[in-house]
Design a protein around this ligand. Structure first.
Ligand code: BTX
Length: 264
């Protein structure tokens, strides 16, 4: 534990060869007062997705969680998830992979056409028309008016064989045909995230960047929310991260849920 990862980044780096989950370690650090530490592991043995789902995280990925204590109201927490998705998409593009964001937090590669040709099997979370390259799991604690800590957890399938991943997954190596420099990738990602997170108080710094990189807007979607499914055309994302869906019976805003891109 605590090996210097040797990154030139706006965060202190705590590198581990193996951890159950970088989010668990970053939560510990953040609850202890750490602000601005990136926990990175080569492998996770108990990686977590949203809603208690498993995140497969063998050696070769970029598994990274940030221990942060930003001075913003808890209602703005979704912005950090959007910022993480933008940072991932930008780092992927810099590495030469044309990645796009599916609301709110999946980074996908592959067909972006309306018909979603190239759909990734029957994994509903992978969504139509794209294979999942990365995901974000943000965890936080705090009062309504103030975040105590927030841990954006970022998982990118970097130098992995897609065969070793669940159906519907893609990796940078699989797309490029050669491995990426994970240090360089992580440094780009952290720099980008830091710049975006710094605009969270304005509410408007992250959304334009997100809109530009998203493949969800303009498409027919179904979002499974805790109140049931909402189907319609995704028309916009509004502060602090709600998806606006035109349902035919008026616009509905959804704040959380699994989004599937539908064939139109
Ligand atoms: P999610 O709930 O959107 O996606 C989880 C689903 O994605 C799984 O049910 C499975 O179908 C699929 N899946 C699992 N592993 C992979 C993979 N490696 N690539 C593509 N698809 C996969 C997304 O949750 C949030 C993931 C965050 C992961 C990071 S890694 C660093 C940090 N630590 C940790 O424990 N979680 C975060």
């Amino acid at each position: 534990p605590g090996i210097e990862f040797g990154l030139d980044a706006p965060y202190a780096i705590e590198y581990h060869d193996s951890l159950p989950s970088t989010n668990d370690r970053a939560r510990e650090l953040a609850a202890d007062g750490a602000d601005g530490v990136a926990v990175i592991a080569d492998e996770q043995t108990g990686g977590r997705g949203r809603l208690d789902r498993e995140w497969v995280a063998p050696s070769g990925g970029v598994w990274l969680s940030l221990a942060t204590r930003p001075d913003v109201p808890a209602a703005r927490a979704p912005l950090f998830t959007l910022a993480a998705a933008v940072a991932i998409a930008d780092a992927c593009r810099e590495a030469g992979v044309d990645a796009h964001i599916k609301w709110p937090n999946d980074v996908l590669v592959g067909a972006t056409s309306e018909n979603g040709v190239g759909s990734a099997g029957d994994d509903a979370t992978a969504g139509r028309g794209g294979r999942k390259l990365a995901g974000v799991l943000t965890e936080m604690e705090g009062e309504a008016d103030r975040i105590s800590w927030i841990v954006p957890g970022i998982g990118v399938n970097a130098n992995l064989d897609p065969e070793a991943l669940p159906p519907g997954a893609a990796s940078l190596r699989g797309e490029l045909g050669e491995p990426v420099d994970r240090r360089e990738f992580a440094a780009t990602l952290l720099e980008r995230f830091d710049a975006l997170a710094g605009t969270a108080d304005r509410m408007d710094g992250i959304l334009p960047a997100w809109r530009e990189r998203a493949s969800t807007l303009g498409r027919r979607v179904r979002v499974d929310t805790s109140n049931g499914p909402v189907t319609g055309i995704a028309v916009d994302v509004e502060p602090p991260g709600a998806l606006v869906i035109e349902t035919g019976e008026g616009a509905q805003r959804v704040h959380a849920g699994d989004c599937e891109h539908l064939r139109s």
